[in-house]
Ligand binder design. Structure first.
Ligand code: HEM
Length: 224
């Protein structure tokens, strides 16, 4: 076990597996957020259901924190190791690193982390706008719909979200391609197809997440 955590393959595997679970979270979160297009009743009911999960929600939250922590920690140790190693030993990685997506992994990861902290401060802890805490709909549920639509009327907030989900998409494009490589599911012949799949999936995430601030900002969905 100790050897596994110390080997570069072992650590790459952990980065890949934690990335896979984070990808799962990003997919579920996107599908949940898209309920905004079904109106306030559906979105607020969805959020209320999540909160009713109680202890399970906390387990999921702790799991998420652990995943982010492990993903970050092992990425950083691999990066340090790659820098110290001879270029020849990492020739295979360097082929991947030629793409813009690969070269921007550290920058996109950093912006996503910053975005996440802002996002939690805004919508989960409500530090940026404490009044969100009091907003309830006619059914007495927390008015998540009003919170999101109000927040995205601010062009700076919408702009920051667009930039962040753009970088998230770039991060995922390369992450998904690398995931297949690390798990040994690809070879030189199929690499192109996995690369296309990663980019296609990234477009899906970008369009999905970006559609919300854009639709709110352009008043395509009513604010509550
Ligand atoms: C348009 C884009 C997004 C919208 C509208 C949105 C909306 C929300 C809302 C409303 C909450 C609070 C839910 C509640 O407590 O009731 C939330 C929580 C959260 N969001 Fe997002 N989100 C977006 C993008 C993202 C992205 C891209 C990520 C990850 C990179 C993310 C990660 C999280 C996390 C980790 C939480 C905390 C979950 C929890 O408290 O259990 N969100 N989001």
């Amino acid at each position: 076990m100790k050897q596994f955590f110390h080997s570069s393959i072992g650590r790459k595997f952990i980065v890949a597996i934690t990335g896979l679970f984070l990808l799962l979270f990003v997919t579920i979160h996107l599908l949940g957020n898209l309920s905004i297009f079904l109106g306030p009743v559906v979105m607020n009911a969805y959020a209320a259901r999540l909160h009713q999960l109680g202890a399970l929600l906390w387990i999921a939250r702790l799991g998420l924190i652990a995943l982010v922590g492990l993903h970050l920690f092992f990425t950083l140790t691999l990066w340090k190791e790659n820098r110290a190693a001879s270029p020849r030993a990492y020739a295979r990685d360097q082929i991947l690193e030629r793409t813009l997506y690969a070269r921007s992994m550290r920058l996109s990861g950093l912006v996503i982390l910053g975005f996440l902290l802002f996002h939690l401060a805004q919508f989960t802890w409500k530090w940026t706008n404490p009044e969100y805490q009091q907003w309830q709909d006619s059914l007495g549920q927390h008015n998540v719909y009003r919170m999101v639509t109000t927040a995205f009327h601010n062009p700076w907030v919408s702009g920051f979200y667009l930039l962040s989900v753009g970088l998230l998409a770039m991060h995922l494009a390369h992450g998904i391609e690398s995931l297949f490589q690390t798990l040994g599911l690809t070879n030189q012949k199929f690499r192109y197809y996995f690369q296309c799949f990663g980019r296609f999936a990234a477009c899906f995430f970008f369009l999905g997440y970006a559609s919300i601030p854009v639709a709110v900002f352009l008043k395509m969905i009513p604010s509550s």
